[in-house]
Design a protein around this ligand. Structure first.
Ligand SMILES: Cc1cc2nc3c(=O)[nH]c(=O)nc-3n(C[C@H](O)[C@H](O)[C@H](O)COP(=O)(O)O)c2cc1C
Length: 186
């Protein structure tokens, strides 16, 4: 039997009650049986400073190692001012460095987003997809998971209650696992 697909998920929000962090927790429950979803919290990743990219801060080293050890990546992004939150872009920038040691190289990736607005973070998702070109990542195209009006889709404990969104996340993860296995030529 082939080995489980290890997916590393991280959210572009540091907020305790973050809807995007809650989406990752839902994804852990909804992941297919032949996959394991681990979550990395971006808390403690400092602002990027190119002077430090050879002697990287410990938390960044840990982040890079976790990405490299994963077979696939799941990003949960808020949308800030129609784009990627600085916290997420900052973490991606660290992990892509130093030149020649891009931790994301060749990794399959899927995106989910939640926002309190009516477009559910779609603009941030398309900006993220642009970064995948230079990062040389292989994104899943469908289904697109945009959680609109997020305040209505989680209960008071931060559990995703919207059945349609749960179904879509399940499908997205199945597709990510199948895509990862295809890239591994299994
Ligand atoms: C600085 C800032 C900018 C925002 N800009 C947008 C935006 O462009 N589009 C949108 O749908 N929501 C926007 N929002 C609202 C976020 O969708 C909302 O705060 C969301 O809960 C953030 O994700 P989180 O719950 O994972 O922290 C913005 C929020 C902040 C704090």
């Amino acid at each position: 039997m082939s080995s489980p697909v290890v997916i590393l998920g991280f959210a572009g929000s540091l907020r305790k009650g973050s809807y995007n962090k809650a989406l990752l927790r839902a994804a852990v429950e909804l992941a297919p049986k032949d996959a394991k979803l681990e979550i990395f919290d971006l808390e403690g990743i400092p602002p990027f400073n190119q002077d430090l990219e050879v002697q990287m801060p410990e938390r960044v080293r840990e982040f890079k190692a976790r990405i490299k050890a994963a077979d696939a990546i799941l990003l949960a992004t808020p949308e800030y001012n129609y784009s990627i939150p600085g916290v997420l872009k900052n973490a991606i920038d660290w992990a892509s460095r130093p030149y020649g040691d891009n931790s994301f190289e060749g990794k399959p990736v899927a995106i989910v987003s939640a926002s309190t607005g009516m477009l559910g973070g779609s603009r941030a998702q398309y900006h993220l997809r642009q970064t995948f070109v230079f990062l040389n990542m292989y994104p899943i195209n469908r289904p697109e998971v945009f959680v609109t009006f997020a305040g209505e889709k989680f209960d008071e404990n931060g559990r995703l209650t919207d059945e349609m969104t749960r179904k879509l996340i399940g499908e997205l993860l199945q597709n990510l696992v199948a895509w990862t296995r295809r890239l591994r030529k299994e």
